[in-house]
Structures are given as structure tokens and as C-alpha cells.
Design a protein around this ligand. Structure first.
Ligand code: PLP
Length: 399
């Protein structure tokens, strides 16, 4: 029997191919294989109001548009809109969907910036938010008894990696007349597909895995709802939360290797999580695909792999964390995640410092907690670094 040769349409639909070719091809003007950086403000019009789709770069730019088409192709969304930052995406989303008097239901464990915009910005405009444990469906059902406009989930959640069941919650929210938005920054469309699970919008900080090289800040909103896409685009153009062409070009280049990187990030993180679980200095390790993870069944149902982040608590609280973090030599203490370099973050003093302490403690964001973004280095080198830091910090404590 002759070997099965995949048809070009099935080839084109694989994620690895979409990440490289999806939505855009060589430049039609010059044949340049890569989309040029259209570092440009305005566009010649052939008659009054007649142009080729672009009039002013706040409302649209060809390089940004190429990146948006690539993102949409990756998640089979009808539309993607790229933003200056992840927070610009979040803010534009809220200002597009909410009005004074509306209520938001938000996961109690989310990126600190999302809490800041809801509590310290939107509350003053009459938008109230209930932060609830969305990992518990009964709690979600109970919260939806009162009118709500929007359910905002982050899963896995930053920084504890707690999961929420997207499909079940999107169904409940739809019945209750609320939008469901999922911050899918930690897994990307490669490992989790919120739109296929029924969410209305997938949100990304493209700063993280999508660009993947610690070179840019950016954000994106993806949807299959054309009316909603139009609203998002209108509000973006009005506010000017638009992505810049150079950032879009770098992200368009970065995203080509996303499927490959997500696979390797996940494999490296799984090895490090297993190693950390056996360390006497470690009180608890959370990694979604570990057998010990409390929601491992949901992780395996909803995600294609565990992702590149590990959340772990050290025995000895803040003092142990400080000694350990500064003793690392290869893994850098810094606030970011999702790039080729391994980074470690202390949420209590860094990303979640402005979240009220009571909310932090309820969510398990304790002083001994560290978030490790496992990069693409050789995992054995990373394990050697972790081991060396445990030894050096112990020696320091004895001295
Ligand atoms: N969502 C998550 C899960 C994040 O971790 C972050 C940033 O760390 C953001 C959103 C905000 O993205 P940005 O920093 O690009 O504004």
C-alpha cells in the first residue's frame, strides 16, 4: 500500500503550519517572504475617503494586521485585535462590554493588573466586581443568581495555577446572559482553546509565550463573534490602545515557533516539577499535569499539556524565598514569564503586591510562594541551578 500523503488542506490546518503561514503570505508588492515593518502613520487616498483598507495607523496598520490574521488562524477565531500591552487588551475589553451599574464575576486568582483595573479604576465608574473561586462550579452557579454582565476567568491562574472549567462555566454564563472571557496567556491556543470550549473572547498578553523572547509588550483579543469584534475594534480605535508595527513584526516572527516552544516548555516544566516534588526544602508543588495536582483530571481534559509554569512553596516562608531566589545563577529573578529564558517571580512582593493581603491569602498567594517560568534551556542545567541555590541558601542560613 502506498503511504498516505496528507492533502494540502489538512496540512494547512495543523497548528505548526498555521503558526508559520496562517493568515498571511509573502508581501504581494515585492515578494518579500516576511511581512515588512510598515513604520508608517498615514495612507494615500485615491479619492475622498477611498483607500486600500488603511487610513491612519491608530485604527489599522498592515504589519499589525498581518499579526492579527496569524493569531486568528491559530485559534480559528473570526477575528483578532492586537493591543499595545496585555493590560491595554483587558482595559479595552472592559470598556467595550461594560457600563456603569454592571457587575463582573472574576476568578479570585488572576494577574494583579486585572485586579487593579477592576478595583482601582473601573469601580469609580460604577462597575462592581465579585472575586470568587471559579474552580468551584457551585460557587459560580451561586454568583450567577444575581445579574452579571461578564465572567472573567484566568486558567491556569496566575500565580497558583488553579484551574477553572471553561466549558461548564461558559454554558452557565450564557444561560445567565453574561459574556465569558478567558485569559489564556499561560497556555496559548496551542495548549488550550477557550473559543472551542464556548468562551466569547480569548485574551492574551502576547508579551509572554506568543512573542516568546522577552522583546516586546503586547496583547490580543480573539473572538468568533463578529458583532463583538466590531465593537472591540471601534473602542480600540477610539482609545488608541493599538499595537505598534515593530512590536507586531517581532511578535509575528516569534509566534512561528510557538507550537514547538510550548511543547518544550511543557516537557522541561514537567521534569522540574517532578524534581521539586522530591526536595525536602519544598512544602508544595503545583503543576497541572502532575499526578499530585488537585485538578489533574480537569487539566488533562481541558489542556493539551501542562504548560511552562510551576508554582511552588518553600518551607521557611519569606526568609527562605529571599535566600533561595538570590542564590540562583542561571534562572533570573524577574517579573515576566513565557519566554526562552527561565525566570522566577515572587508574587507577594512583585506581580501581586497591590492585591489586598486578605484576598492574596485567601487565594493561596503566601510569602513562601514562588512562580517559576521554565524556559528552553537544558532542563539538567536548570535542575543543577535549583540544587545549587538550595545548597547555597542553606549554607548562608547556617553561617
Ligand atoms: N494576563 C496575565 C496572565 C499576565 O500574566 C499578564 C502580565 O503579567 C497580563 C495579563 C498583562 O499583560 P501585559 O504585561 O502585557 O500588560
Amino acid at each position: 500500500m502506498s503511504p498516505q500523503i496528507p492533502s494540502s488542506s489538512s496540512l494547512a490546518s495543523t497548528l505548526a503550519t498555521e503558526a508559520i503561514h496562517g493568515g498571511t503570505g509573502p508581501d504581494p508588492e515585492t515578494g518579500a517572504l516576511l511581512t515588512p515593518v510598515h513604520q508608517n502613520t498615514t495612507y494615500a487616498q485615491s479619492d475622498l475617503g477611498v483607500h486600500r483598507g488603511f487610513s491612519y495607523s491608530r485604527t489599522g496598520n498592515p504589519t499589525v494586521s498581518a499579526f492579527e490574521k496569524r493569531l486568528a488562524a491559530l485559534e480559528q477565531a473570526h477575528s483578532a485585535t492586537a493591543f499595545a500591552t496585555g493590560m491595554a487588551a483587558t482595559t479595552t475589553l472592559f470598556l467595550s462590554l461594560l457600563k456603569s451599574g454592571d457587575r463582573v464575576i472574576c476568578s479570585d486568582v488572576v494577574y494583579g493588573g486585572t485586579v487593579r483595573v477592576l478595583r482601582q479604576v473601573l469601580q469609580a465608574f460604577g462597575v462592581n466586581t465579585d472575586f470568587i473561586d471559579t474552580s468551584d462550579l457551585n460557587t459560580v452557579k451561586e454568583a450567577l443568581r444575581k445579574p452579571a454582565r461578564l465572567v472573567f476567568l484566568e486558567t491556569p491562574a496566575n500565580p497558583t495555577l488553579k484551574l477553572s472549567d471553561i466549558e461548564a462555566i461558559a454554558q452557565l454564563a450564557r444561560k445567565a446572559g453574561a459574556w465569558t472571557v478567558v485569559d489564556n496567556t499561560f497556555l496559548t491556543p496551542v495548549l488550550q482553546r477557550p473559543l472551542d470550549l464556548g468562551a466569547d473572547v480569548s485574551l492574551y498578553s502576547t508579551t509572554k509565550y506568543i512573542e516568546g523572547h522577552n522583546s516586546t509588550v503586547g496583547g490580543a483579543l480573539l473572538t468568533k463573534n463578529d458583532e463583538l469584534a466590531e465593537r472591540l475594534r471601534f473602542v480600540q480605535g477610539t482609545l488608541g490602545t493599538t499595537q505598534a508595527p515593530w512590536e507586531a513584526w517581532l511578535s509575528l516572527r516569534g509566534v512561528k515557533t510557538l507550537p514547538l516552544r510550548m511543547e518544550r516548555h511543557s516537557a522541561n516544566a514537567a521534569s522540574l516539577a517532578a524534581w521539586l516534588e522530591d526536595r525536602p526544602e519544598v512544602e508544595r508543588v503545583d503543576y497541572p499535569f502532575s499526578d499530585s495536582f488537585p485538578q489533574v483530571e480537569l487539566a488533562r481534559r481541558q489542556q493539551k499539556a501542562g504548560g511552562g509554569l510551576i508554582s511552588f512553596r518553600l518551607k521557611g516562608g519569606l526568609a527562605a524565598v529571599r535566600a533561595f531566589a538570590v542564590a540562583l545563577q542561571r534562572i533570573t529573578l524577574a517579573e515576566n514569564l513565557g519566554a526562552v529564558e527561565s525566570l522566577i517571580t515572587h508574587p507577594v512582593t512583585m506581580t501581586h503586591a497591590s492585591v489586598p493581603e486578605s484576598q492574596r491569602l485567601r487565594a493561596g498567594i503566601v510569602p513562601g510562594l514562588l512562580r517559576l517560568s521554565v524556559g528552553l534551556e537544558d532542563p539538567q542545567d536548570l535542575i543543577a541551578d535549583l540544587e545549587g541555590a538550595f545548597q547555597r541558601s542553606k549554607a548562608e542560613a547556617i553561617a
